[in-house]
Design a protein around this ligand. Structure first.
Ligand code: 1HN
Length: 349
């Protein structure tokens, strides 16, 4: 094979002048960017990053003194990836934020094409309503508001309630498919009693004539932490996966697919003393440490995890855990979207 000769300075200057001439016609040479466009492996501009819960809580409580939930519409601090400044993104495809609702407050009803999930972190007495049904939020509950469902939040208790929001905002922005509208009333009227959807669709049965295609979101909009814990507590007595420990994915029970088509969610238990083998996957993933104590390493970074800390693992970065105590992790990622597009890969090292 002939070795390409290096261009002389005259050739370089001629090429540069040519690039400038074609730029005014909105054209640019592929050969200058081909390597970056088609990398040998993912090389995300997103960075591994950790947010300490103590800091998150302090800062969002400060916002509680500066603006009401009603005025803000949603009183949220965005967790912005340090490698993606100004993009309201924690990975290239996903958003994360910490939301606070104070006693007596209402976050008014609206709907949008962006899909959302909540992971309840702190406090009691708040509810989320989704398309006519309320659910009381408990710590560790995983709650969804699928695309185009009306949702509002309220705090009927006497303490601040804080949760993590996960949305597919960058994905919907990428596809230029964002629509939104306000509800008729700030607090939507309820049409079903609390627990109706879980009883109807989330208890090993569905209404007799109910069928869904895999891309349709589940009617189950709350996955109570008590149920998640029950499953993890039972399965820890079996052999853990060497790379993942005991990891379960949340599903639409009617189809077996992800609860929502653009965001997948997972619950994971690492037994005390367990060390995972190195693992990488193309779904950039946001984690919450719900219980326990563990060291996590992501690429060159290493952190000692404390309760409620949030961290992000960008696509293809090598992930390892070492649990000092029984540790429970919640996580969400764009895995179902990548799988639908044939782009999901993992490597077990
Ligand atoms: C939203 O609707 C909520 O409903 C939270 O609580 C965060 C971020 C961007 C767009 C819509 C909510 C959001 C959001």
């Amino acid at each position: 094979m002939a070795i390409a000769s290096e261009p002389g300075s005259q050739a370089i200057n001629a090429r540069q002048a040519y690039y400038e001439r074609i730029a005014s016609d909105h054209m640019t040479p592929l050969w200058e960017v081909l390597g970056a466009l088609v990398p040998k492996q993912p090389n995300s501009p997103a960075q591994a990053a950790l947010w300490r819960y103590a800091t998150l809580r302090d800062k969002v409580m400060e916002a509680g003194q500066l603006i009401t939930a009603e005025e803000a519409e949603r009183r949220v601090l965005i967790l912005e990836n340090p490698g993606l400044p100004g993009q309201s993104a924690i990975t290239q495809s996903l958003y994360a934020g910490l939301q606070l609702i104070l006693p007596g407050e209402v976050a008014p009803a609206h709907r949008h094409t962006q899909s959302a999930l909540r992971l309840v972190m702190d406090g009691a007495g708040a509810y989320t309503a989704v398309d006519g049904e309320r659910t009381t939020m408990h710590r560790g509950d995983f709650i969804i508001t699928p695309s185009w469902t009306f949702h509002d939040h309220g705090n009927l208790g006497d303490e601040p309630v804080v949760w993590l929001d996960g949305l597919d905002i960058p994905t919907v922005r990428f596809y230029d498919a964002g629509f939104a509208e306000h509800g008729q009333n700030a607090v939507q009227k309820t049409s079903r009693t609390e627990g109706d959807a879980l009883a109807r669709y989330g208890n090993n049965m569905v209404p007799v004539d109910f069928y869904q295609s895999p891309a349709e979101p589940t009617r189950v909009f709350v996955y109570p932490f008590s149920r998640t814990q029950e499953s993890l507590d039972k399965i820890v007595h079996s052999e853990p996966d060497p790379h993942l420990g005991h990891k379960l994915r949340f599903v639409n029970p009617a189809t077996g697919a992800s609860p929502m088509p653009t965001i997948g969610a997972f619950a994971q238990r690492l037994p005390a003393g367990f060390e995972t083998r190195p693992y990488q996957s193309t779904d950039g993933t946001v984690y919450v440490c719900l219980e326990g104590e563990a060291t996590v390493s992501v690429g060159q970074q290493e952190w000692q995890l404390q309760r409620d800390d949030v961290f992000v693992v960008p696509s293809w970065q090598v992930l390892k855990f070492h649990a000092q105590r029984d540790t429970t992790l919640f996580s969400y990622s764009d895995r179902p979207a990548l799988q639908a597009l044939g782009l999901w890969r993992e490597a077990r090292l």
